[in-house]
Design a protein around this ligand. Structure first.
Ligand SMILES: [Zn+2]
Length: 181
C-alpha cells in the first residue's frame, strides 16, 4: 500500500531521522558484539536452553540496535531512506535493495508472522570516519507456534528473495545454513 504522505514530507522526515540517528549511532565493534550475543541467545532459545535472563537480555540488545536504526513502516519511506544512504554509493542498487527486503516482508505476512517494519541499521565506522548502513526487516514469530512451524517460517522468510529471482544476502545464507543443519 502506498503511503498517503507526499514525497516532500517523506523526504523531510527521513532527513531529520538520519540526522538524529547519526548522533547516537553505535560503533562497528559494538554492533558486531551485539549481533553475536543475539545469535547465541536465539540458538539457546531454539534448543530450549534459555531462561528468563536470556529473554530480558535479548530485549535489551534489540533495543540497543533499534536506537542505532531508523525503522519505517512503508515502502515509499524505505525507498527514500535507501536512496539517501546506500543509493548514494550505488544508484543502481536502490530498487534491488528495496525489492530484496520487500520480498522478506511479503513472506513474513503470508506466513502469518508479525511484520514490525523496515530497518536501516546505521553503524559508525571510526576507522574511515564514515557511516555504514545495513538494511533489514524486523518481524516477530509468535512464541506459541510449535518448533516445526517456527522453523518453517524462518526458512521461508530467509529464502524469500530467491523466490523473487534474487540472490540471498550473506547473512540470509548463514542463518539458513544454521537452520538446515
Ligand atoms: Zn535478505
Amino acid at each position: 500500500m502506498e503511503n498517503p504522505l507526499s514525497h516532500n514530507s517523506i523526504e523531510t522526515n527521513i532527513d531529520q531521522k538520519l540526522d538524529e540517528v547519526k548522533l547516537r549511532a553505535l560503533q562497528m565493534n559494538v554492533v558486531k558484539g551485539i549481533l553475536n550475543e543475539i545469535e547465541l541467545i536465539l540458538k539457546r532459545q531454539e534448543a530450549k536452553e534459555s531462561n528468563q535472563n536470556d529473554t530480558d537480555y535479548l530485549q535489551d540488545l534489540r533495543k540497543a540496535l533499534d536506537e542505532s536504526s531508523i525503522i519505517v513502516q512503508s515502502l515509499p519511506e524505505f525507498r527514500m531512506l535507501i536512496s539517501k544512504t546506500i543509493g548514494k554509493i550505488d544508484a543502481n542498487n536502490i530498487e534491488h535493495v528495496v525489492a530484496h527486503e520487500n520480498a522478506h516482508a511479503n513472506i513474513v505476512q503470508s506466513e502469518g508472522a508479525h511484520f514490525l517494519g523496515y530497518r536501516l541499521l546505521v553503524v559508525k565506522d571510526d576507522a574511515s570516519d564514515s557511516f555504514l548502513y545495513r538494511p533489514g526487516v524486523i518481524y516477530d514469530i509468535p512464541k506459541d507456534w510449535d518448533v516445526e512451524r517456527r522453523q518453517k517460517a524462518y526458512i521461508n522468510i530467509l529464502s524469500a528473495p530467491k523466490d523473487y529471482g534474487d540472490r540471498l544476502s550473506r547473512s540470509d545464507q548463514e542463518r539458513l545454513d544454521r537452520l538446515n543443519k
